[in-house]
Design a protein around this ligand. Structure first.
Ligand SMILES: Cc1cc2nc3c(=O)[nH]c(=O)nc-3n(C[C@H](O)[C@H](O)[C@H](O)COP(=O)(O)O)c2cc1C
Length: 161
């Protein structure tokens, strides 16, 4: 596809509003974290979720090797964390406070929800890998979530029940 069409497709895909997550794992060099909005639920029985990682990601190998990872769903006030974990930097956890799960995975504090997963399947798909995780543990809070729409962070303006 031409780069013009790629640009149009990216813009069109941006019309789909999402939450924002930081996916974390324990790499051989230390904790890894990457901002990702490709998170989706897949199945309740068994409990499966997925996210996509770009093949060009510097932390790709850590996630392909990881037996466990965590999806940390960011709260509205955590947009700086989102920008921080969107940097290409191996020492991205320097200065960030985090907890460590029983599986030795770093967990972001004060997230809206956290899903601790065992890697279930990895699918090679275009310029990304789809990583499917089986949820082993989860927790959620009451905060408003951080949203991403049209290339920007946005606040949830109202609920339509
Ligand atoms: C809101 C947002 C969502 C993103 N979603 C993804 C994603 O789902 N998968 C991905 O590979 N990169 C995603 N990125 C880009 C990565 O966060 C970024 O490329 C990465 O952290 C760069 O570092 P790396 O090269 O070490 O991976 C997203 C970035 C932002 C700001």
């Amino acid at each position: 596809m031409s780069s013009r069409k790629n640009h149009d497709l990216r813009e069109c895909l941006g019309r789909f509003a999402t939450g924002v997550t930081v996916v974390t794992c324990r790499g051989s060099d230390g904790p890894c974290g990457i901002t990702a909005n490709s998170f989706s639920s897949v199945s309740l029985e068994p409990p499966l979720v997925l996210w996509n990682i770009a093949k060009v990601s510097h932390s790709l190998q850590a996630y392909l090797d990881a037996e466990h990872f965590a999806i940390n769903v960011l709260a509205a006030g955590q947009h700086e964390l989102s920008s921080h974990f969107a940097q290409s930097d191996h020492t991205v956890f320097n200065g960030i406070e985090y907890e460590t799960s029983a599986r030795n995975v770093p967990l972001i504090r004060d997230s809206v929800a956290c899903f601790e997963c065992r890697t279930h399947q990895v699918h090679n798909c275009g310029d990304h890998y789809i990583i499917v995780g089986e949820v082993e543990n989860y927790r959620s809070g009451e905060q408003e979530p951080l949203l991403f729409y049209d290339g920007r962070y946005v606040a949830m303006s109202e609920r339509q029940d």
